[in-house]
Design a binder for this molecule. Structure first.
Ligand code: URA
Length: 199
């Protein structure tokens, strides 16, 4: 079973790498048999440097949250919807800085994300922030309206549970979100334990 998933993932990853030969691609990473998949927005500079999702500042917060859930990071699968770093030139410094992915970029990557989800086939998709939500629901659902609630999405004709969390970097900018985030994590922890999900 595991070998099959790894083989399928390898094929998919090669497709992504071939489609974006001109970009520094950061692929999904972690336990392919994880019952949850964490889906972020897009890699930042540190992620590109290490070719691994969530290893920079946002990753530090994510690790804290996983500790709150008593989940070891290596036990889960972590990915981003957009798999290269979207950048723009800073008007102040002229240096490349992060920017949110455009609708077009999200649209271009959504089929790859759906294929990745179907291979991992987890019990719960945990989305981080607005961008993966936008990709999965293909409408203007906003994280502020749905965080901490279990939603349903049909992916490749299969129903999946989706639990939206704020993006971990959001609390960098809005400290008062931390309590909300912790509350949502406890809701998720309760749901996972009710579902009998052991990680
Ligand atoms: N933010 C994301 O959404 N993904 C990463 O991998 C890093 C930061």
């Amino acid at each position: 079973m595991k070998l099959l998933k790894n083989e399928e993932l390898l094929k998919l990853n090669n497709k992504i790498l071939n489609a974006y030969k001109d970009k520094d691609i950061v692929l999904g990473n972690g336990n392919v048999d994880s019952p949850i998949i964490l889906i972020g927005e897009a890699p930042g500079a540190k992620e590109v440097e290490q070719r691994k999702p969530f290893v920079g500042q946002a990753g530090k917060y994510l690790n804290e949250f996983l500790t709150t859930l008593e989940i070891k990071r290596e036990k889960v699968y972590i990915t981003n919807i957009v798999k290269y770093r979207p950048t723009k030139e800073s008007a102040k410094t002229g240096k490349l800085i992060n920017r949110p992915p455009t609708e077009k970029e999200i649209e271009k990557f959504v089929d790859f994300l759906f294929a990745e989800i179907c291979i991992i086939d987890p019990e719960v998709l945990v989305t981080l922030g607005n961008t993966p939500l936008k990709g999965i629901f293909q409408n203007d659902v906003k994280i502020g309206d749905v965080h901490g609630e279990m939603l349903q999405a049909e992916i490749d004709r299969k129903p999946y549970k989706v639990f939206p969390l704020y993006h971990p970097a959001a609390i960098l900018y809005k400290r008062d979100l931390k309590d909300t985030y912790l509350k949502d994590l406890h809701i998720l922890k309760g749901i996972l334990s009710e579902m009998g999900v052991n990680i």
